[in-house]
Design a binder for this molecule. Structure first.
Ligand code: 9MR
Length: 549
């Protein structure tokens, strides 16, 4: 066979799981043609027809695909049309576990106030940065309890993204996502080891890593009144240096209602997990619940304190104008944790809209948690959980079915890869509620897209695939003098939202799905962030847990 480079062909660049939906997307030139799947040695395996090429408005390109999902035997295969070898693909039972573990290990690499030792970090070993044991109360956060300039201690936690700041709103959804994954698949995580310092302490590594950030979250609450600081940050973004080299002063800025409610929700979720554990060094479950309730009480007294960026602070904002969804989420988690009437009443009266989760839209996270509680869907129940989840999943399933590239994305916001991963999580919940395997197929196709089955032929996770992000917007990866970026990081992905970062003329084309640059200047498409990695971990490892059952 002749290997062709003249036509585009895109498939997952890491192995498919034997249960995966398996497609290679082919240039419209191959529309309707016969294809063959051959073994590595050239033996015939199956044949089929390339689907009729379809136009995708998001990329401006036409594509058909060869579907070889029926091949489930592990191994390497060749995709052939006529006398042309179009692609080589692999099927491997262990690949999702490997990928998911790497995505999860990236949180360890993001630990603040923590030295990464070679035994766990290999060549990415580094000194501790940002001790955060002397953080200044910014004037915006000062009140009768804590005066401007006063010092508090708030060490640990994960760096948010390519920058070194720690933001409560974004931490809330990311930490919740990993807690929820544990909650659903505790049995699966019993023997998932990440080689982190806590490995082997009798607690799942997923939980150990998630608690690293959660402990920091606990320290961000003012014990005097229950309010929670919006962020812990320097006044401006640091230069592209290693964590220990950044000596900018650190501040806690404002107590906001969004931060406080996201904290309450995450802490209530944590309480339900912690109360069933008896590890000596775990946060004390009843105290965690108390902190969640104190946060709720603060929010009741301060129901709409929105974040306003002070003039002298220039870092990320995570600013939200609409808090109905934060209220719903916190009430749902506190109700699940306590069963108390006041939360039930709140939920019953709620008229909140449910939409795809992201840092500023969190109501659906409450539905995710409630969907696991017994008796939630009975007529006398608090809220109808099933219908809104299935309706939302069906909207995305429809987009998936119609799309030429079999991807449920209809818009490309900043962090489109995170958006897609969250759609995958929604599909998984829809599958768990309905047992309809169409949702599972669609969730799996999201992994395929992230790993290279997309119109750019780009794998979006560092350390995986043939065409993998290298010049990511990440201070550690820039400054560590190692050519390869830190592995297991999902980049934000295509968006047209801020093409000024590298200059709009430097981006390929004018189509959203193509608007991606593997350049460090591209903080809008090539940065990494905990709220994109967390749903990717969920998607990949929940699928592996489901497949391996
Ligand atoms: O993910 C955030 C995205 O939704 C916003 O549109 C964007 C601009 O405000 O900010 C993104 O979050 C960044 C945060 O503000 C600072 N750390 C890096 C985050 C990822 O780019």
């Amino acid at each position: 066979f002749v290997t062709t480079a003249a036509y585009s062909q895109y498939s997952s660049q890491t192995a498919y799981h034997p249960n995966s939906v398996k497609r290679v997307f082919l240039d419209e030139h191959f529309s309707g043609k016969d294809f063959m799947i051959l073994s590595e040695e050239g033996d015939f395996v199956i044949e089929g027809k390339v689907s009729k090429a379809k136009f995708w408005p998001e990329s401006g390109t036409k594509t058909g695909f060869a579907d070889f999902s029926e091949v489930t035997q592990e191994g390497s295969y060749q995709v052939v049309v006529g006398d042309e070898l179009l692609a080589k693909v692999d099927i491997d039972n262990g690949q999702y576990k490997k990928l998911g573990k790497s995505l999860l290990k990236s949180f360890y690499f993001a630990r603040a106030s923590f030295e990464l030792k070679e035994a766990y970090a290999g060549e990415y070993a580094r000194l501790a940065g940002h001790p955060d044991d002397e953080v200044i109360i910014h004037s915006s956060a000062a009140d009768k309890n804590r005066k401007e300039g006063m010092i508090i201690s708030s060490p640990g936690g994960w760096y948010d993204a390519g920058d070194y700041n720690k933001y409560m709103v974004n931490s809330g959804i990311s930490t919740y996502t990993l807690f929820h994954l544990y909650d659903l698949y505790e049995y699966y995580f019993r023997d998932i080891y990440l080689n982190i310092p806590e490995s082997g302490n009798g607690i799942s590594d997923l939980l150990d890593e998630t608690l690293y950030n959660f402990r920091w979250m606990l320290s961000m609450q003012d014990p005097n009144d229950g309010g929670v600081y919006h962020k812990l940050t320097s006044k401006r973004f640091s230069g592209m240096m290693m964590p220990h080299e950044d000596d900018l002063k650190r501040y806690v800025v404002m107590k906001t209602t969004s931060a406080t409610l996201d904290f309450a929700a995450t802490a209530a979720k944590a309480y339900r997990i912690l109360k069933d554990l008896d590890g000596g060094e775990m946060p004390d479950a009843p105290s965690v619940l108390q902190q969640a309730e104190n946060a709720w009480e603060w929010a009741m007294k301060n129901p709409e304190v929105l974040y306003v960026q002070p003039d002298d602070i220039k870092t990320g904002q995570y600013k939200d104008k609409e808090l109905g969804d934060e209220w719903f989420w916190a009430a749902a988690e506190l109700f699940a944790a306590t069963g108390e009437e006041k939360y039930r009443d709140f939920l019953k009266k709620s008229t909140v809209k449910f939409s795809l989760p992201q840092w500023g839209r969190v109501s659906t996270l409450g539905l995710f948690s409630l969907s696991m509680q017994d008796g939630m869907n009975t007529p006398e129940s608090t809220v109808n959980v099933e219908r809104p989840l299935l309706d939302m999943a069906d909207r995305f399933l429809n987009i998936y079915k119609k799309s030429a590239y079999k991807v449920p994305l209809a818009r490309f916001p900043w962090g489109s890869n995170g958006e897609l991963s969250n759609i995958g999580i929604l599909f998984i919940h829809a599958y768990l509620l309905s047992e309809n395997t169409e949702y599972l197929e669609a969730a799996d196709a999201c992994v395929g897209y992230l790993m290279g089955a997309n119109p750019l032929g780009q794998c979006f996770v560092t350390g995986f695939g043939d065409k993998s992000p290298v010049n990511i917007h990440d201070r550690r990866s820039h400054a560590d003098e190692i050519a390869e970026p830190i592995p297991g990081l999902l980049v934000g992905g295509p968006t047209m939202q801020a093409r000024k970062d590298c200059g709009p003329e430097n981006y390929p084309g004018t189509y959203p799905a193509l608007s991606y640059l593997d350049e460090e200047c591209s903080y809008s498409t090539n940065e990494v962030a905990i709220n994109w990695n967390a749903p990717a971990v969920f998607l990949v490892l929940a699928l592996d847990a489901i497949y391996s059952k």
